[in-house]
Design a protein around this ligand. Structure first.
Ligand code: FES
Length: 576
């Protein structure tokens, strides 16, 4: 039942100034779909159809929709799927993050505009899960999440391969001359061998597990491989549950709150999850009316060891996590570190779900809390004079010896500048330097692309250099690794201190002290600040890009549009 008291096909009529006519017209047109009156009297479950011929991560969506519909009909409901924007990481120019809010707006408005009593959200590829969660939180109609599921692994010369940690690893070897043109082509044929999402602990896997941990998904859904028959049974159960939600509503804001968000922090740290999830959870927090608590997130990181041995921090893949028990095994291992009283979409508390889940058994994917793969937590929050609005480092995927490092800045002023000069044999760079990328943040690139994984300059890679301190206002794929400081805020393109760094400046990274600093005196910084001007491209005059540049928030607020937050913040005054 909607808040206006109408349910099923009668809710939210198109406005013709005559409600009776609106109802008559709607029924006449929906009859053209072939539905009977009996079908149209049932609770309606909307299903977001995120299939796209460009999106292999969502290749399995038609089959999932069939299974969800089966579940809905078995429970006496009427399923109706409808299209929303779908996007794949590799097919979204300039970057999928530029479009995440557009997808969230699309989904929000179509869920709100069309008659449905509950909705099944089918996420998968990186930005689709957060976009759908953001949308559902804003509409606050009963909603349940499911995902397309991770791909199975490929194989090359007896070695397992997974997108996209191994994409990057082999590409780095190719750049260093260790893998030739023919072999890199062969590897490319095997990195993504099935439908589904990247099968390492990238953003898609992270957001799937975090959604389950927050209670928005039926138990087990985060890790089931895309091509496993359990994926279809889970979809069918999701459809059934959606009908129950239509009859006895549990709404997103009954589930998503500061406490379930804290469970998301806990799981994100314990799985060694993607830094991108921090941006998405910050955006979700804004939709729910509170700010992402970075202090709590960092504190939890310090007391939460990384338990899951998955690439890029470890050695296994998502199908191994599925066989090891999935999220249930992680939650059991975390024990009292999770808030067991949180409500979930099942109607049970998280604690009840944990207690009714499978027992732990010996395996080496989810490590015991007494023997984690990394003790210090996956992600640390940084501050300091280069990042007054914050920055992140995924220390579980970084080199221990670089966690405290002082080096000379080698600055790239944009992605184009980096592409043009990084491999120049004459580039003045040594292994101890700090690579600095500017203007790759929310407005700078735009869309805060996953460019933070600055490649090792070719001449250093050829000398065997595997890691360097690299800093930027960009993001990084959850599948990447290295001593990389990301999400520096405020970004360079709005005049953040990162914009003031020049070649040869001294940069100091001190992860234990949570700082990233520029060691240049304040007078000189003030001189540079007075000369700074924003990049010309941020003055876009039309279309979605205009909306984006005018409204996008900084990383700490999740790069959402300010007007989409439950309580808009207004453009923060920048004090650089
Ligand atoms: Fe879709 Fe990796 S490209 S999850």
């Amino acid at each position: 039942m909607t808040e206006s008291g109408k349910s099923g096909i009668s809710q939210g009529l198109a406005n013709y100034g005559d409600a009776g006519f609106s109802r008559f017209l709607r029924k006449a047109f929906i009859k053209a779909m072939g539905y009977s009156d009996d079908a149209l009297d049932r609770p309606i479950v909307g299903i977001t159809n995120t299939y796209s011929g460009y999106n292999a991560c969502h290749r399995g969506v038609p089959e999932l929709i069939d299974a969800i519909k089966r579940g809905v009909m078995l429970a006496g409901g009427l399923p109706i799927d409808f299209p929303v924007i779908s996007m794949h990481e590799a097919f979204s120019n300039p970057t999928s993050m530029f479009l995440r809010n557009l997808m969230a707006m699309d989904a929000e408005e179509m869920i709100r505009a069309q008659p449905m009593d509950s909705v099944v959200l089918i996420g998968g590829c990186d930005k689709t899960v957060p976009a759908l969660l953001m949308a559902a939180s804003s509409v606050n109609k009963p909603a349940i999440m499911t995902v397309t599921g991770p791909m199975i692994t490929g194989s090359h010369k007896g070695e397992r391969l997974g997108a996209c940690t191994d994409c990057r690893r082999f590409w780095a070897m190719h750049r260093a001359g260790e893998v030739d043109e023919t072999e890199i082509g062969e590897i490319g044929d095997k990195l993504a061998p099935s439908a589904g999402t990247c099968m390492v602990m990238g953003t898609a896997s992270t957001m799937a597990l975090v959604s389950e941990a927050m209670g928005m998904m039926l138990p087990g859904g985060g890790a089931i491989p895309a091509v496993h028959s359990d994926r279809l049974r889970h979809a069918e159960a999701t459809g059934r549950r959606a009908v129950e939600l239509a009859r006895n509503p549990i709404r997103p804001r009954d589930i998503l709150n500061e406490r379930s968000m804290a469970n998301a922090f806990r799981v994100l740290q314990a799985i060694g999850g993607s830094t991108n999830a921090v941006v998405h959870l910050a955006a979700l927090a804004g939709r729910l009316g509170f700010d992402f608590d970075y202090d709590l997130f960092d504190r939890m990181g310090q007391e939460t060891p990384v338990l899951v041995d998955l690439k890029p921090s470890g050695q296994h893949y998502m199908e191994d996590l599925f066989k090891a028990g999935g999220l249930a095994a992680i939650l059991r291992e975390l024990g009292d570190l999770v808030d067991r009283d949180c409500t979930t979409i099942t109607g049970q508390t998280l604690g009840e779900i944990i207690d009714s889940g499978p027992e732990l058994f010996p395996q080496d994917v989810v490590r015991p809390i007494s023997d984690p793969i990394y003790t210090g937590g996956g992600i640390r929050v940084l501050g300091g004079n280069l990042a007054p609005g914050g920055a992140l480092i995924k220390q579980a995927a970084a080199s221990l010896e670089l966690m405290t490092h002082t080096g000379r800045a080698v600055v790239f002023t944009s992605l184009a500048d980096m592409a043009a000069r990084l491999d120049d044999p004459d580039l003045d760079v040594v292994a101890d330097d700090v690579l600095v990328l500017q203007n790759a943040g929310p407005k700078g690139a735009p869309g805060m692309p996953e460019a933070g994984y600055i490649p090792i300059p070719k001449k250093l890679a050829a000398q065997g250099v595997k890691d360097m301190v690299r800093i930027s206002d960009a993001r990084m794929s959850g599948t990447a690794f290295g001593s990389i400081v990301l999400h520096i805020s405020p970004e360079a393109a709005v005049g953040g201190p990162l914009a003031l760094v020049r070649n040869g400046d001294t940069i100091r990274l001190d992860v234990p002290s949570q700082t990233i600093e520029i060691l240049v005196d304040e007078e000189e910084l003030a001189r540079r600040r007075a000369q700074w001007a924003p990049p010309a491209h941020t003055e876009e005059r039309r279309g979605y890009a205009k909306l984006y540049f005018e409204e996008v928030n900084q990383a700490e607020d999740g790069c959402d549009f300010d007007f989409l937050r439950m309580v808009p913040k207004g453009t923060p005054a920048l004090d650089v």
